[in-house]
Design a binder for this molecule. Sequence first.
Ligand code: SD4
Length: 330
Amino acid sequence: MERRKFLKNSSLSAAGLVSAAALTSCNTEPKPINADISTPNPIKPIVVCTWNFFNATNKAWEVLNSGGNALDAVEQGVMVEEADETNETVGKGGRPDRDGNVTLDACIMDKDGNCGSVVCMQNIVHPVSVARKVMEETPHIILAGKGAEKFAYEQGFKKEDLLTESTRKQYEEWLKTSKYETTINIENHDTIGMLAIDENGDIAGACTTSGMAYKVAGRVGDSPIIGAGLFVDNEVGGATATGVGEEVIRTVGSFLIVELMRQGKSPQEACEEGVKRIMKKNEGRKDFQIGFLAINKNGETGGYCVHPGFTYREYSENGHVNREVTSFYE
Ligand code: SD4
């Protein structure tokens, strides 16, 4: 039997999951609380991403501007960074864990709430595309480690060494002290989270990273966790995060921001509230950075972070711009 059919027919089938969900769900339709959340003239298409990833947003814009859908746009956009060996926080060229292995996390989510994710996966340059295959070809959402890698080979992905000369040398240098820090300072992270609205007004998002440099083997951050590093609700908007994943997970950051927008907050206000919730649990702590980015159904965007320095790139018919965001600490 074809693998796809096998997976679809397995006892944990999509149909099974759907009916289980239907049984446990209430009968009310999930509608935006704020009824006037959409305007007659939304900005679309539009793409935004964490940090100043010029080439990635250009690629996504190319897809959107030629009539492509938001899902293809975010996948192809973030793939640019996964392939860029000079980005040492994403894909090939990402810094390894403390055992010297590059382990990648990524997820993707579409307008219908479908999502896929891979965590702690080695030897594959494009984890976001494997995540998309998990979403489209299996009844599951998350595949981890060796299982994710095996699945990737079955789907035709090629094995590739993700360490580069530069990251190998840095790792050898790090081994001399093996100083273990779970914090990320404000300069050394550039995970890409991307959100797009296509010309139909549909929203999709993707997020991909190699996580914290020299992390404990097996550590997974927020980036591949739906609701933490990324969340999309086609009725409301989307949000994504960068920074210390543990803190984003604790507040289910991206889901929180989308829900705050559902309740009527602007993307900017929602991101500010998201960071404030995190800081409330970390009173006085200044040794970590988090940046949130959000877009609503109207194509309005916003961002906020713990320390100054986080920016996001935006590309629409109004042009492309790198936006600096305000921060919790001056
Ligand atoms: C993580 N959020 O693994 C990621 C790290 C990050 O740029 O954003 N790096 O916790």
